[in-house]
Write a protein that binds this ligand. Structure first.
Ligand code: HEM
Length: 491
């Protein structure tokens, strides 16, 4: 009866073990397995994965845009991160990424007021970005050009991201991006925490809870790394409080997130609640959300344009054509306003195409509060884990056509040369609905500026013989990095 019931399933549903063996066998290429082995065979773009009988690891996997619209917008209140998710990601505390209901609303309101609405903070963002470009990225690239050394471009960009996010959140420059490629303990700790949390996510709760109690394996590593990260965060917060006590006016170049929260306390919905723990949780979540995403996207972008030389040529032509006259001289560090960046629709298309094929957040998590019927016709029970595969959505033939696996920036440029906008429930790299990414505009702006500076001034050549594939991580990195040689480009 069991075999008969499951005869149409694209993977074997074993008695007792469920579909776990197939998942384990494909853990090396999980997102392709979700896309091609599970979802491609379901007309509704939704697959019910059966885990072992005990403990239950069942989940509903979907890449159907109508379901995404329903889960993230139309029936938003029925789909939360959920208690189990918060338990697993407990180092995030009561921050925006893992919270629901009122706690999430307070976090979202305060972060939105600062990251999107506060002009002083937006100016600070631009200042920090220019600083990291000028004092971090360019000297490291120049060093690589001068010595002809091979560099891991992904590592360079991750360090760039880390310095940028630390300055944005805490006003502290860890100088992770410098020619000596130093080991930065807080950066290593954040990375380790992410690694250990991924373990927790795929293991049954009772298993990692036991490990935690015994303080062995990944849980032991997690405790140590969390101590390092917390010490770093609380030290930075104490320094900020001390600085503010000494000053009456905060300069524009000191207006980081923690300072902004302290200064703007009365105007935010958190009056009287800006405790050290609140600041720690807010900063931790902000850093976790923004720390590796830009570098992941840029790494895939440089690899994709190297594999597609005609795209690279077109981007360079667009840069030369639309570059403001003040930058016609070579070797200058170029920064742009958002309006100026609108003159690069093809570059925008190439970045969107990268995000479509390699979304830095490949899968999102939701929990159904009450039973529901999805627009695809699939039913979900209350307390069901739902995984939304952004990776599979970007590779759906139904949404993107027969050439969905090809890298074609042209699909994002209209016949008139304008940017084509795709609804967020179809192109969900930054998620959709009320929980859309708060760093979207900033990230797109920063990625364009890095791309223009690098492409115009340097020639980035891939080292032969590399295997480029996603690594096992919460963020979609290139597993083994991206080894390149950098040369100066002559215009
Ligand atoms: C290419 C770059 C980025 C991508 C693709 C991206 C993608 C996403 C996605 C998919 C989510 C939804 C996650 C979820 O629901 O759990 C998200 C949320 C978020 N992102 Fe980003 N992100 C990027 C960069 C950034 C940066 C640089 C920051 C901050 C400096 C940031 C801040 C946030 C925050 C605060 C949230 C939580 C929003 C909420 O739950 O209300 N993101 N991002």
């Amino acid at each position: 009866h069991h075999w008969y019931k499951n005869r149409k399933s694209p993977v074997t549903n074993w008695p007792v073990l469920g579909m776990l063996p197939s998942l384990i066998c494909n853990s090396d290429q999980l997102f392709d397995y979700f896309t091609h082995d599970l979802l491609d065979s379901c007309e509704s773009g939704t697959f019910k994965f059966k885990g072992p009988w005990f403990p239950s690891l069942d989940f509903v996997l979907t890449s159907n845009p109508m379901n995404v619209n329903h889960i993230f917008s139309k029936n938003f209140l029925n789909y939360e991160k959920g208690f189990e998710f918060r338990e697993i990601f407990e180092p995030f505390g009561q921050g925006i990424v893992t919270s629901d209901s009122d706690i999430w609303k307070i976090q979202r309101k305060s972060l939105h007021a600062i990251m999107v609405k506060n002009n002083k903070y937006l100016n600070y963002q631009d200042m920090v970005f220019r600083h990291v470009l000028e004092k971090g990225l360019v000297p490291v690239l120049e060093h690589a050009v001068k010595h002809g050394t091979e560099v891991d471009l992904e590592d360079v960009l991750q360090r760039f991201d880390y310095d940028n996010i630390c300055l944005l959140a805490l006003g502290f420059d860890p100088k992770a991006l410098s020619v000596s490629f130093p080991v930065v303990p807080s950066k290593v700790a954040f990375h380790d925490i992410e690694d250990c949390l991924l373990f927790r996510y795929v293991l049954p709760l009772c298993f990692w809870k036991l490990q935690q109690w015994l303080q062995i394996g990944a849980e032991k590593r997690l405790t140590k790394s969390l101590e390092i990260a917390d010490r770093f965060l609380y030290d930075c917060i104490a320094m900020k409080r001390e600085k503010l006590r000494e000053k009456t006016v905060v300069e524009d170049d000191e207006f980081d997130l923690v300072t902004a929260l302290l200064v703007e306390e009365e105007n935010l919905s958190v009056s009287g609640k800006v405790t050290d723990k609140f600041l720690r949780d807010t900063a931790y979540n902000f850093m976790a959300a923004g720390k590796d995403t830009v570098s992941a996207c840029l790494s895939w972008f440089f690899w994709l344009i190297t594999m597609n030389p005609s795209v690279k040529t077109k981007i360079l032509e667009e840069i030369e054509l639309n570059l403001p006259t003040r930058y016609k001289e070579q070797n200058m560090i170029m920064s742009f306003t958002s309006e100026e960046l609108n003159s690069f629709p093809y570059l925008n298309g190439a970045l969107c195409e990268t995000l479509r094929l390699y979304p830095p957040v490949p899968v999102n998590h939701k929990t159904a509060v009450r039973p529901d019927v999805l627009p695809s016709g699939d039913t979900v029970d209350g307390n069901t884990r739902i995984l939304i595969s952004y990776y599979s959505m970007g590779r759906s033939e139904e949404t993107w056509g027969k050439d969905c696996l090809e890298f074609k920036p042209e699909r994002w440029v209209s016949d008139k040369g304008d940017i084509v906008h795709v609804p967020t429930y179809k192109f969900s790299a930054f998620s959709a609905g009320p929980r859309t990414c708060l760093g979207k505009d900033m990230s797109l702006k920063q990625m364009k500026i890095v791309a223009i500076n690098l492409l115009r001034n340097y020639q980035v050549e891939m080292v032969e013989g590399q295997i480029i594939k996603p690594g096992k991580c919460i963020t979609l990195h290139i597993g083994n990095g991206l080894k390149v040689r950098i040369k100066k480009r002559v215009v």
